[in-house]
Design a protein around this ligand. Structure first.
Ligand code: VAH
Length: 314
């Protein structure tokens, strides 16, 4: 049985449906601090669960005989800057609870998401390598870098089979833009369709590593289905995909919506974006567990506009 903690989030809500499609609805228990959308709630078992409550997490694992946990609960970069103490509590304590339950033999395998936010302003920004200087300057990035250190420690010290990837900015249409700095690239599609104008909170040249959600879900399933001995990196794997600037995604959307206009007014999230890489070298993931992304900017723009136009027309 599989448990997803944080199943109502941007990744969790789609990951739940994907895993239910692979392993069977009743074998994938979704959980979150609040209920999710109808799709999620009606397609399989759900538990209200506070990821920071060790006894509650332990009880759900016991009740459903869970073997694998995908821990997707966290505060993202922009939200975490507004609530540093809570972000640290949630991002770290939830990880310790799951790692310790695995150390006690209560969980067989863990997936834990890291992020390109582990890199900072002193990291080489273009094709950022798997091993490099990492001085994250955001609460979120610090929590993800620390989490990676603990994942590697629990693997080396206690044999905990925890696997992790550093997601780039993820773009999807099933959940609204959240507290991420990269979420401008989700919001821009909503605004293009609804208002035909977007007030972008990043400057036009802010290049960031990005990926369509389907690619990210395939990477998540891919690393979890890989043979244990193929996972050579137990901190977290770089995951690339594509890289684009606000003006590039604007131009791609404009091909479909000719009268779409944009303005650029940087806010506090500009400093976060400026501290992150522009693009990522993910050759280690390609080599170790056969990773490759499928969606380029053109394909991503098409699929986002097609689906959001339908969803927003309701
Ligand atoms: C954020 N979407 O913006 C997340 C992600 C790399 C960005 O970690 O906080």
């Amino acid at each position: 049985k599989i448990l997803i903690i944080g199943a109502c989030g941007q990744i969790g809500s789609e990951l739940t449906l994907k895993l239910r499609g692979i392993y069977g609805n009743d074998n994938v228990v979704a959980s979150d601090i609040r209920e999710g959308n109808a799709n999620l709630m009606e397609s399989g078992p759900f538990e209200i669960l506070n990821a920071m409550d060790f006894d509650a997490v332990s009880a759900v694992i016991e009740k459903h005989q869970i073997e694998e946990v995908y821990l997707m609960a966290a505060l993202l970069s922009a939200t975490a800057e507004k609530n540093p103490a809570f972000a640290w509590e949630l991002n770290m304590n939830s990880l310790f609870h799951v790692l310790n339950l695995a150390k006690e033999g209560k969980i067989k395998k863990i997936f834990w998401p890291s992020s390109i936010a582990v890199f900072g302003p002193t990291t080489p920004r273009v094709m950022t390598p798997q091993y490099t200087v990492m001085e994250p300057s955001t609460v979120y990035g610090i929590s993800k870098q620390t989490g990676e250190r603990w994942c590697e420690y629990y693997f080396n010290k206690y044999g905990v089979d925890v696997r992790s990837i550093r997601y780039p900015g993820l773009i999807s249409w099933t959940t609204p833009p959240g507290g991420g700095t990269t979420d401008y690239a989700v919001d821009i599609f909503y605004k293009a369709i609804e208002d035909k104008h977007y007030n972008c909170f990043l400057s036009e040249k802010s290049a960031l590593p990005m990926m369509y959600m389907d690619d990210a879900l395939n990477a998540t399933v891919g690393i979890m289905q890989a043979k244990k001995e193929d996972i050579k990196i137990r901190s977290s794997y770089n995951l690339g995909g594509i890289s684009f600037t606000p003006e590039e995604i604007y131009a791609e959307i404009k091909k479909h919506i000719p009268d779409f206009t944009i303005e650029y007014n940087s806010d506090f999230r500009q400093a976060i974006a400026d501290s992150w890489p522009a693009s990522i070298d993910d050759s280690a993931a390609q080599t170790d567990w056969n990773w490759s992304h499928k969606y380029d900017l053109e394909a991503l723009t098409k699929v986002m506009l097609e689906n959001l136009t339908r969803v927003l027309a309701k």
